[in-house]
Design a binder for this molecule. Sequence first.
Ligand SMILES: Nc1ncnc2c1ncn2[C@@H]1O[C@H](COP(=O)(O)OP(=O)(O)OP(=O)(O)O)[C@@H](O)[C@H]1O
Ligand SMILES: [Mg+2]
Length: 260
Amino acid sequence: MELVLRNVSKTFRTANGPIKALEDIDFQVDTGEFVCFIGPSGCGKSTVLNIIAGLEKPDPHSTVSIDGSPVEGPGPDRILIFQQDALFPWLNVINNVEFGLKMKKFPNEKVRPLAEEFLRMVHLSRFRNSYIHELSGGMRQRVALARALVVNPKMLLMDEPFSSLDAQTRERLLMLLQTIWSIIGKTIIFVTHNIREAVCLGDRVIVLTASPGRIKREFRIDLPRPRRLGDGRLVETSNLIMGDLKEEIDKVVREEMGDD
Ligand SMILES: Nc1ncnc2c1ncn2[C@@H]1O[C@H](COP(=O)(O)OP(=O)(O)OP(=O)(O)O)[C@@H](O)[C@H]1O
Ligand SMILES: [Mg+2]
């Protein structure tokens, strides 16, 4: 048992009054598990990740713990990767990957070989001296992945990391992420609004309701790996989950349109 969320709610205080983003979220993620969250826009997916990352505080009476210890704030055991990752533009690729190791005061002579090893893992060795603006979106996300993994976190938190990529690049990165996960066996919590992407990656797919986000249903995905987005059974499973998700998307559309 690794990550446990119990009765996690989150209310944002805003100038227009409180916004309840999450309500009574309960789930548990085992060590090495790959769990995907899907839900319509605004349902609180990023908020869940930010709470696990320790960047947002949940409401009182919520509990979030990792290996039995309450999460009180950010820590090096959890790394968050965003849609457009915040790599350092003033550092080249290898220095971006080395950055976290240097912050951790990792022994100097081990920094370069380890960074090289993780760059190889994401197939970017040739670009070690390039600057971030010289890379494509897919390459940037691979640097972000190497930079996150090199510091050996317990858990990777990924917030729609592939959603700005074209279809072919996304498919390649989905394969790469599956390969890497099968080698390093990290716990990954992955948020997306793309069902096929969730089914492609997850041991489980958890569907959130429209705002306030609650857990609507959970699906265990037993398909063999590696999985491809076009696999027949993956598409069938995605269609099954789509029914649930569509209800929630329709709610959001009705709410946003109001009486118009
Ligand atoms: N810092 C904040 N202050 C006020 N309200 C916020 C804040 N962050 C999020 N919210 C609100 O909380 C709700 C959930 O937001 P969140 O960003 O978690 O949704 P999401 O599921 O990640 O959406 P998307 O799919 O568009 O990324 C939304 O109603 C949003 O407006
Ligand atoms: Mg989000």
